[in-house]
Ligand binder design. Structure first.
Ligand code: HPA
Length: 341
């Protein structure tokens, strides 16, 4: 009997906010739905037990709201635009005027960054006269965080009032036409971790943020991508700003030659170790997303060379292109602010 259960639906008891959450447990086999709908499973005969599933939701509204309220109580700024700075791109934060600065370590329920080249602080202030929230340093799976934790700050942003997210990252260029220092606008992504059930929203769904099942066809807003291309033109960055498909690997190692060949076959233009969990969580809760990769190195999918990516190079290229990126992001922010009205 237990061998052909494909989906088990059951209810967990009332949680902290008094609502009743419904969980689905899939065992990957084809077969009829268990007749015991909405009943608690007892775990006998090798069946999935309720205790096998994390029923507590660490990114529930209540948990995330503690972080958001901590921030809102300590700043008069009310930003609607959030920015996540990738490796070596934290210099964007220097442009923030009248900042209220929060060390990640001081924000309740917030993770703490451990990566060299990443500062761990959140700034709220003005960029080009527009209120913004800037994350200087982000959280990566390779640091040991589960994906939900790497994306938790995006839910905090939502409760702080963020409506637009700009996510930047450092990426290795797979597209043969890319050069080091190019800026690739994310048109779409391939969520590689998702192929093996790794997802920031795996587990109970808090409907107050978004639906359990949600489409991602337009995760990287076309309106924002078009705007970015227009601004790139104004800034004389036409030859630098590209558009393409991003994918995320777990890291911390860069990819093998065989892995790069596979990613090229899949149509990937830029590969990094972040961003997708954050943009998925943002899109899920209705935040409009713009993301770009700074191409810090070209991926070498060839055995006949000694060229290899290294972290210092990645950080250094970030610094060199920092001025252009800062101007680009500042203009994006100013235009986004007018889109809200
Ligand atoms: N691979 C993965 N992540 C990266 C790379 C890369 O080549 N460059 C910068 N981040």
């Amino acid at each position: 009997m237990t061998d052909n259960i494909s989906i088990l639906m059951f209810q967990i008891p009332e949680n902290m906010n008094g609502s009743v959450a419904t969980l689905e447990a899939c065992n990957g086999m084809n077969g009829p739905i268990n007749g015991k709908k909405n009943g608690l499973l007892n775990g006998k005969n090798g069946m999935v037990k309720q205790s096998d599933i994390d029923s507590a939701d660490p990114i529930s509204f209540e948990n995330v709201n503690i972080s958001a309220q901590y921030i809102l109580d300590r700043t008069a700024h009310r930003p609607t635009i959030g920015i996540i700075c990738g490796s070596g791109l934290g210099g964007l934060a220097d442009l923030v005027e009248e900042p209220d600065i929060f060390s990640y370590a001081d924000i309740p329920n917030f993770p703490v960054s451990t990566c060299p080249g990443h500062v761990g602080r959140l700034l709220i202030g003005k960029l080009g006269g527009i209120p913004v929230l800037v994350m200087q340093g982000r959280f990566h799976s390779y640091e040991g965080y589960p994906l939900w934790k790497t994306a938790l700050p995006v839910r905090v942003m939502k409760l702080v009032g963020i409506k637009f997210l700009i996510a930047t990252n450092a990426g290795g260029g797979l597209n043969k036409t890319f050069k080091v220092g190019d800026i690739m606008i994310l048109k779409d992504h391939i969520n590689l971790p998702g192929f093996s059930c790794q997802h920031p929203l795996r587990g109970p769904n808090d409907d107050r943020f978004g639906d359990r099942f949600f489409p991602v066809n337009d995760i990287y807003s076309k309106e924002l991508r078009d705007l970015a291309k227009e601004l790139a033109h104004q800034l004389n960055l036409d030859s630098v700003v590209k558009e393409g498909i991003y994918t995320m690997v777990g890291g911390p190692n860069y990819e093998t030659v065989a892995e790069l060949k596979l990613l090229s076959l899949l149509g990937v233009d830029s590969v990094g170790m972040s961003t997708i969990p954050e943009t998925l969580v943002a899109h899920h809760c209705g935040i409009k997303v713009f993301a770009c990769s700074l191409i810090t190195n070209l991926c070498v999918d060839d055995y006949e060379t000694n060229l290899k990516p290294n972290h210092e190079e990645v950080v250094e290229v970030g610094k060199q292109r920092a001025q252009d990126l800062k101007e680009f992001v500042k203009l994006m922010v100013q235009k986004m602010a007018t889109m809200e009205k």
